[in-house]
Ligand binder design. Structure first.
Ligand SMILES: Cc1ncc(COP(=O)(O)O)c(C=O)c1O
Length: 374
């Protein structure tokens, strides 16, 4: 089906600005035959380090691998507990389970992010780390989480997959804790053309360990194989494409914030709908990877919007708490906000290429639905 307002529109963005530059760098890499662990990756890692204000960035095969490798590099394993949330991509939790540790799930607050007030009471002698997820392009309350981590001597491993560029108190997410994990999967606001991810750290030993972990456990300098590792390197071609895209990134963030402000203005008087925080929100600088509203009679609204040619997203954790998937073995958990949000959340189309008239069309359709329903 051809949507009047698609959820994302890769071709529009590609054709409008990027095509010439991307084709040129891909051709350049192909001509050189530089595919794995070459200069383009190194350049991307250095540039991203500067952008984030971090000493080291390690490019890996996906956001999922970034989390897996970060948890492993942190030395977390069997017998350890890590506190995280259930209103997130399953990868945040899988990284803990895949390393043999136990995920301890806390609820999220109204802004969909970890409720810091619930963390302390879940800390046990086995707790090693907190893994906050900066969801939808919004930072968690890092002042509170860092204070808890310091008090209890816990590590912070940030899942910043959905929020590159987002800030709390002027500091970018993924730079607060020991390790910050990012995804550059195509659907992400800073996406490449396949799978990819990266990890940021200021710790030299962690950087060294992660470079070996992503590369079959090898220390390339000494030739020693330090441990059993993975084959998970961000491809050189993807790194080159990301370097092109990084030149546009701040402009795309500005456009996303503008689009969010317009949704906010057009929908703020629609009572059956709860909006995400607006762009001007005190200590937070949101980048709106997703514009997630909560809506009464969500499923009917989604059907209505689909009929009007508007593509929305309600899959994954937006419609079913992860702990209800038996195969994940997360035990008997019940988190009230996570449950409620899975009944009410809808991700509306918001991307750098969306036009104002498309946002107005979506907002009007939502108003129409509730006018007809009441
Ligand atoms: C919050 C979060 N964490 C982790 C991931 C995993 O990233 P990837 O799809 O690149 O493996 C995603 C992306 O889907 C995500 O949204």
């Amino acid at each position: 089906m051809k949507y009047r307002v698609p959820f994302v529109d890769f071709a529009t963005l590609y054709n409008a600005e990027l095509r010439k530059e991307i084709l040129a760098v891909v051709d350049d890499v192909l001509q050189r035959g530089d595919f794995v662990l070459r200069s383009d990756l190194q350049r991307f890692e250095e540039d991203m380090g500067k952008y984030l204000g971090m000493k080291y960035v390690v490019g890996v095969g996906s956001g999922t691998d970034a989390l897996n490798i970060a948890v492993r590099a942190a030395g977390i394993g069997p017998g350890d507990e890590v506190i995280t949330v259930a209103f997130t991509c399953v990868a945040s939790i899988s990284a803990i389970s895949n390393n043999g540790a136990k995920p301890v799930l806390v609820d999220v607050a109204e802004d969909y992010n970890m409720d810091a007030a619930q963390v302390e009471r879940r800390i046990t002698p086995h707790t090693r780390a907190i893994l906050p997820v900066h969801l939808n392009g919004r930072a968690c309350d890092m002042a509170k989480l860092m204070a808890i981590a310091r008090k209890h001597k816990l590590m912070i491993i940030e899942d910043a997959a959905q929020s590159p560029g987002a800030c709390f108190d002027g500091k970018k997410v993924g730079t607060f804790g020991e390790l910050g994990c990012f995804s550059v999967y195509p659907m992400k606001m800073f996406g490449c053309t396949g799978d990819g991810g990266f990890i940021a750290t200021n710790d030299e030993a962690l950087d060294k360990k992660m470079r070996a972990l992503r590369d079959l456990g090898q220390d390339r300098e000494s030739g020693a194989i330090l441990f059993h590792g993975y084959s998970s390197r961000l491809d050189n071609i993807q790194a080159a494409i990301l370097t092109v895209k990084s030149r546009y990134f701040d402009r795309w963030i500005a456009r996303r914030r503008e689009a969010a402000a317009l949704y906010h203005r057009l929908l703020s008087d629609c009572k059956p709908v709860k909006l995400p925080p607006p762009p001007e929100d005190g200590r937070y600088f949101d980048v709106y990877q997703n514009y997630v509203i909560r809506a009464q009679r969500r499923d009917k609204l989604v059907d209505y919007l689909t009929k009007k040619g508007i593509e929305t997203l309600t899959s994954w954790y937006l419609s079913r708490p992860l702990y209800r998937h038996k195969g994940l073995g997360l035990g008997r958990v019940k988190l009230p906000n996570t449950e409620q949000f899975a009944r009410e959340a809808i991700s509306l189309p918001l991307n750098a290429e969306i036009r104002d008239e498309q946002i107005k069309y979506v907002a009007e359709a939502i108003h129409d639905f509730y006018r007809a329903e009441y």
